[in-house]
Structures are given as C-alpha cells and as structure tokens.
Ligand binder design. Structure first.
Ligand code: CRA
Length: 825
C-alpha cells in the first residue's frame, strides 16, 4: 500500500507529455474510459468532452500543486465575491493558457478531427448579465496570470442568462440549459457541502457569565461546491473558481418524510434547489425579490465558511485575518457577507464585538459599479428580518455605532444623520446595502475616473467627508488573452511579428506600435487583418442567422445590454435619419458611406420599454433591408442572443464602436475598451471610461459628441424640454415623425407610439438633446472613413494607446491600493 506520506501520494501525478503523440494518447484514453466509446463511433459531443478532459489532465498537476503550496505558505489571498461570472467558452482559453493550442490541433488532425468543430460544441456558461459579470471573469484570469492567490466565489446557476430569440421582431426568452449535457470543466464536491441556514429567530443566553446572542434558524439547505480551474496564461499557475449549488438537506426532507407527507417532501426539495436555479436577468436594475436575497446569502455564507473551515488552519489567530484574507465585494450583491462575517466572529468564534468589527473593516472592500439610483440595492427590513433575523440585529448594531460616530464628527445634524443611516425609512424601512458596504469596507472604489469622482461628489458625498481617503478609483480593464489573443488571432499575429510575444502579459508594450502606424506596409497589413475579420464575421452570421454582410461596408456596431441610459434610440434615430435622407432624395446616395449597422442586446424580460426598442430596431431593419432604394448602402443586422461567443467574433470585425450613453450614467463600460484594443474607432460621449480612452488615443482618433456630465446636470436643473429640441431640428422631426407615422410598423401608428412619446415627454436620458451633436459626429465619421488609409492609421493608434485597459493593470491597481497582496511562490 502507498502510505499517505509517501512522495507519490503527496505529489500530483505528472501531466502527460506535451507532444502530439502524448496528446493523442491522452485524448483517446479519455474517449475510451471517460466516454465509453472508440474514436470511430464517437459523437462530436464525445470528442469535445474527451478533448476538454485531456486539457484538464494537462492542467491538473499544476492546479493540485498550487492548492498544496497555498495551504503550505498561507499567503494573503483574495476572495472575490461575485453573484455573476460571465465566463464565455472555456476550451480555447484553457488550451491557450496551457500552451497546447498547436499540439491539440495537430493531435486532433491526426485523429481526423477538426478542432474548430469541437470548439463549436461548447455551450458557454452565461452566468452573468453583462459588464459586471464579464469583468469578474477578466479579473480572475488576470490574477491567475499574475500568480496572485485568489478564489472566485459565486453561484452555479443551473440556468444562466436566457437565450434570446426574435418572434416577429420581438424578444422571446428561452431557458439557458447550459448544463443539459454536463460540463467537462467542473469538479463537484458534494462531500464538501456546507449547511446554510435561513429564517427562525434569535435569542440571548448566558455563556458562562457572558451575555451572548444566537440564531435559531428554521430551515436550511446544502451548498455544494463546484470547482473550476482558472489557469494563468502559460505560467504554470492555476487558481480556483468555486461556485455553489443548492441542494436540499436530508434533515429537511426527513422532518417532512416522518410526517408521511411525501408530496410535501418533494416540494421542499424543489424549494431548496430553487436557490441556485436561475440567474436574475436584470442588469443594473434589481427586482428586490426574496429569492434573490436567498441567493446572495446562500453563496456568501458558504464562501465565508469555506475560508474558515478549508482555507485557514484550525488554530488560526482571528485577529490576524486581515493579513491572510481580503473579501472584495463585487457591487452590493454580496454585501450581506458583512453581517454574516460579524455573526461568525461574534456568535460562533466568541470574539468581542469591537475586535470583530475592527477585523471586518480590514477584511472587506467594496466596488460600486453604478450611478443609477435604482441599481443601489435596498432590502426591506421586514424581508431581511424574516429571512436573516440575526443579521438584521447585527446591521442595526453596526448602524447605531456608526451614527454615534457621525454625531461625534458632524454634530446633531438630524438631516445628515437620516441621509447617512444604513436604514432608510422611505417608502418602507429598508437596509441600504451600498451604505453598509461603505461603512464596512476598507476601501470603496468606482470603476472609471469619472464614475469614482461622481460617487465621491454626488452619490456618497457625506460618506466621503466622513471617511477621507476611503474612496478611490480603479478603472476597469479587460483580459487581452480572450479579447485580443484568442478572439483576434490575425491581429495578434501581426502584433507578435512586430513586437514579439511579450505584449500578451504586458499590454503597455502595444505603445511600440505607434511607430508602425507611420509605416504604409504595416497599415496595409493591418487593413487586411480587419478585412479578414469582417469575412470571418460574415461567415459566422451567415451560418448562425442567415445574414449577409456586404463587402466594403463600414461596420458600425452597438453591442451591450438594452437599457434606456445606453441610448440605443439615438442609434435608431441616426439610422432612420440616414434612411429618410436617401429615400426623400435630400441626400445623394453617392454621398453616403455604405454602412452595416450591427446591434446585439438583451433586454431584461420585465423591462417593457427596452423590449419595445428591440422591436423597433428589428422593424427598422426589416424596412431598410428590403428597400431597393438603399440596397448596397444601408443594412441593419440584429443577430439574436448576443453573448461572449458572438462578441469574440463581432468586436475584431468592427470599424466603429458606439458608446453613446448619457454622460454620467455609464459607470465605465468595458466593451468600449475591447473595441479600441481591436482597432475600432469610438464614437462616444464623455462618459465612463470613454473619457480615459479619448485622453489616451487623442481627440483626432475619437469621435466625441454630446453634453458633458455638468452640462447634463445644468440642463436638468433648467428643465429639460425635449420638444424644444424636436422643434429646432428638422432632421429630428422628420425621423421621429416617420416612426410615429407607422413607416416601420406597416402603417400602425400605435405600435411605437410609447417610444416616441417617451422621447418627447418623459425621457430621463435626454436622447433628443444629444441628437444633432450625434448626427454631426456621424457626418465626421463618414468623411473620415472615406480616407481609408488615414482611418487605418487612427485604428492602429487606438490599439497602440489602449494597453492601459488590460485587466492586468486593473488588478495591479487593486493589489497596490486595496488588497496589499503579492504574487506568491
Ligand atoms: N451594468 C456598469 O453599468 C460597468 C460594469 C462593470 C455595470 C458598466 O458601466 O462597465 O458594471 N454596472 O464595472 C452594474 O452592473 C450593478 O451595476 C454593468 O455591467
């Protein structure tokens, strides 16, 4: 027998040899023993699973070794708490990270298999809504690539973001059963399940002379961890993403079983398992549903217990926690972790309140991702107290102590006390989660310079005054591995030919491309890359949606969630204006730059206005695309179900990136960064990270338009009258009138009337106010695009100057300004 301390038992089994033969052997082994098939009778699914398992086998030794070393050295680690991880497909990323892409391709070819066919088999894990979830995925990629110990904690939703289809131009939602064939990337550990309790009541008791509180919960569920590898880019490091799945506890069933009520027992099971059933599909507009709070508590309670029971040694000195762990709160969704952490320290570990609070304030940091007041989560006290009675008590105590300190600093300014209280009174008594996070967090950060400044000055000014130095900025970033190296292999090849390979982990090196922008030969190659990417996109859209992309068109792209603040309607008005100009004969067809407008956008299923706008985009598309007068000139394509996989095809092909939110509303944006890094020029407002993109690429290489944030504020203060803009601009009048007259609804004037009325009478996002500036900027875009060589030069400069937007840089900023962790080993 192999004794557990025998070297062979301690060390992981070595990876298979990194050769084509070694890969073929491992792949066939996985087909045979993993899938129970031979190569000759294997389905595409079998082959995909065997391939994925083969990649895992190569990464496994490194993963096990990293886990072992982290247990041994106990360096400070980051627990990233996020309700969303929008991962995208894993196969290609993991092949790239392990340096196996070429070997795998050859090995499969030797087996008569096209790697590309297997890539297509993967259903992407869509466990997020948009930017926030994709950001979390970029961050854990960067941390692994930088060798920083990190566990990403989240929820293993059985159904991710819904699959979008269009029925008569209107959005329909289908469940995203991404796990129906299973996932080859996950490792279930049901034996490591944690019990997570809910409900019940609290009581005080005498603990050998010390009065204490305890929670007597009413029911519980099991949180089963599923581990996913997060491999660093070709650095031999593998971090862990741990997602929790809810299952019913035995005791839960037994109680009901004993009562003989079998049906009730099954119902109870379903109730428990509902917790991780489905991702809430609202982006930036939470619905305040009880199940959502259950989800939030479920995953953070399991994660905190994981840290105490699995990561830390049993005898760990709790006052040293800040040297060992930092919990980063990805928006307010995981903020219930704060009172849970306090409950564990005070009630379970019997720490004294003040000591526990001092530790907590060093172990948490909070990232705010929004400026929309409706996105700042608030939980009614009634609901929170019913679901988590002890946590509500703890929140009250935190608030009491906090308000005492506020009085000490600001005096008995009752107005200010009411404004700063963690408990809001209107319209119902509620817990303001952003305030709780701000009070608890060592640092609070916004996600772009402008956003962080507005957070300090407009959203939380009292807190900024009370906690000088707590509010900081960390501008978002995106991973160059997925969003350049993988999604744009042609551009990557061109860059590598010029600069060597180092840029993939040191994106500021793209600066060296500035010189190449002046080289006509390089510009030609760069233009060829863009053209090739357009052809690739064209193939994908033909295959996927039956669309045709015409050669020689400018690709003008707006892909992001459908939200009024992002102003897809401004884009629609531009299209209608251009179309109306041509068909009315006012504009000569020859004067218009041929363009294909590409949209991608999901609307929250309950967001009626957003769904109407989707309907209108499709309606405008079907009129424009079928009108011979604009044939070959204008085209509108709206492929359904925009997701990470489609983004990876669309972004490298784009010429023009639409970032046209009302200034002061888009916290950062991250799509904007991906486009610029892939050589699209931006037309955008001074909002979010657009500001920083423009500063870096220069005004000559960016189409700025529209009101600035202070101008927006002053127009609001003056009173925004959309009709004055309508009356002042004949192009705007004609366009809106065309929509209102039913030109895109077969003469039906009622179909899009709510959109038109909204813009004219009730628009918080001031679409009409920025219309003429937008149309003016689009005219400049047309003129600039006419000079292809100059456009290409600008595009190269965009790539060269956007290295700052690597998520590696974001992570370095978090490490230096917030976490104070370092790469280990
Ligand atoms: N909806 C912001 O709106 C930002 C991302 C990531 C968002 C984006 O401007 O780029 O976060 N906010 O920081 C959000 O989810 C709850 O707030 C987003 O993705």
């Amino acid at each position: 027998h192999l004794h557990p301390t025998h070297p062979l038992a301690l060390a992981p089994v070595a990876a298979p040899p990194s050769t084509v033969d070694g890969f073929v052997r491992e792949f066939l082994l996985n087909l045979n023993s993993g899938r129970g098939v031979t190569l000759s009778n294997a389905s595409a699914t079998d082959k995909y699973f065997a391939l994925a398992h083969t990649v895992r086998d190569y990464l496994m030794a490194r993963w096990l070794e990293d886990l072992r070393r982290q247990r041994e050295v106990q360096d400070k680690g980051v627990a990233y708490l996020s309700a969303e991880y929008l991962l995208g497909r894993q196969l290609d990323n993991n092949l790239l990270a392990s340096g196996l892409s070429e070997i795998a391709e050859e090995a499969l070819a030797a087996c008569g298999i096209d790697l590309d066919v297997l890539r297509q088999q993967e259903v992407e894990p869509g466990l997020g809504n948009g930017g926030l979830g994709r950001l979390a995925a970029c961050f854990i990629d960067s941390l692994a690539t930088m060798g920083v110990p990190n566990v990403g904690y989240g929820i293993r939703y059985e159904y991710g973001i819904f699959r979008q289809t269009f029925v008569d131009g209107q959005q329909a939602e289908q469940p995203d059963a991404w796990l129906s064939l299973g996932s080859p990337w996950e490792f279930a550990h049901p034996e490591g399940a944690q019990t997570i309790a809910f409900g019940g009541h609290t009581e005080t008791y005498d603990d050998e002379g010390v009065p204490r509180s305890r929670w007597i919960p009413a029911w519980n569920v099991q949180a089963v961890p599923y581990n996913y590898m997060v491999p660093g880019y070709q650095n031999g490091r593998v971090n862990t993403l741990r997602l929790w799945s809810a299952v019913a506890t035995n005791s839960f069933d037994l109680r009901v079983f004993n009562s003989g009520d079998y049906e009730e027992a099954v119902r109870a099971q379903t109730y428990a398992e509902n917790i991780s059933k489905v991702l809430y599909p609202e982006d930036s507009t939470p619905q305040g549903k009880e199940l959502r709070l259950q989800q939030q508590y479920f995953f953070v309670a399991a994660s905190i217990r994981d840290v105490f029971d699995v990561m830390l040694p049993a005898d760990f000195e709790l006052t040293n926690l800040p040297e060992r762990i930092i919990f980063q709160l990805n928006d307010t969704h995981p903020v219930i972790a704060v009172p849970e952490f306090m409950r564990v320290l005070v009630d379970e570990k019997k720490m004294d309140w003040d000591a526990a609070w001092a530790v907590t304030q060093q172990c948490f940091a909070y990232t705010c991702h929004t400026l929309l007041p409706e996105a700042l989560e608030v939980w009614p006290v009634e609901l929170l107290g019913r679901l988590l009675p002890r946590h509500l008590e703890i929140i009250y105590r935190i608030n009491e102590d906090f308000l005492v300190a506020v009085r000490e600093k600001f005096g008995d300014d009752e107005m200010r006390i009411r404004d700063m209280s963690i408990i809001g009174e209107h319209p119902v008594r509620s817990v303001r989660m952003a305030y709780l996070a701000t009070v608890a967090g060592a640092k609070v950060n916004g996600v772009a310079e402008l956003h962080s400044q507005l957070l300090r000055d407009k959203v939380l000014p009292d807190f900024n005054e009370f906690y000088p130095g707590k509010f900081i900025n960390v501008t978002n970033g995106v991973t160059p591995r997925r969003f350049v190296r993988l999604s744009n292999p042609s551009l990557s090849g061109l860059i590598t030919d010029a600069l060597g390979t180092g840029w993939v982990t040191d994106l500021e090196r793209l600066r060296e491309l500035e010189a190449y922008a002046e080289d006509p030969e390089f510009r030609t190659q760069f233009a060829e890359v863009k053209a090739a990417n357009k052809r690739l996109l064209s193939d994908v859209l033909r295959e996927r949606d039956g669309f045709e992309v015409s050669d020689g068109h400018m690709l003008d792209v707006m892909v992001k969630r459908l939200h009024e603040y992002k102003r897809q309607m401004l884009k629609v008005l531009h299209i209608v204006t251009t179309y109306e100009g041509i068909i009315s004969g006012r504009v000569a067809v020859g004067d218009v730059q041929p363009r294909t407008f590409i949209f991608g956008a999901k609307a929250a299923p309950g967001y009626v206005m957003a769904k109407r706008i989707i309907h209108l985009i499709n309606a405008v598309g079907s009129v424009v695309n079928n009108d011979p007068r604009v044939e070959g000139k204008l085209k509108v394509l709206f492929p359904p179900n925009y997701n990470v996989t489609l983004a990876e095809r669309v972004i490298p092909a784009a010429d023009l990136s639409e970032q046209i939110s009302l200034a002061g509303k888009e916290a950062s944006g991250t799509g904007n960064m991906k486009f610029a890094l892939n050589g699209a020029l931006t037309i955008g407002t001074d909002d979010g990270a657009n500001v920083e993109i423009r500063e870096l690429v220069g005004d000559d290489n960016f189409f700025l338009f529209g009101m600035s944030e202070p101008e927006v504020e002053s127009l609001w203060a003056k009173g925004y009258k959309p009709s004055s803009f309508y009356n002042a601009d004949s192009g705007l009048r004609r366009s809106l009138d065309l929509i209102a007259a039913g030109a895109f609804s077969g003469g039906d004037r009622s179909m899009f009337e709510p959109i038109v009325s909204n813009l004219l009478y009730d628009d918080r996002f001031m679409v009409l106010a920025d219309y003429s500036a937008y149309i003016g900027a689009q005219a400049k875009v047309d003129a600039a695009y006419a000079d292809q060589d100059a456009w290409t030069r600008s595009a190269i400069l965009n790539v060269a100057r956007c290295g700052y937007f690597s998520s590696d840089r974001s992570m370095r900023d978090y490490i230096e300004r917030i976490w104070h962790t370092a790469p280990s080993f």
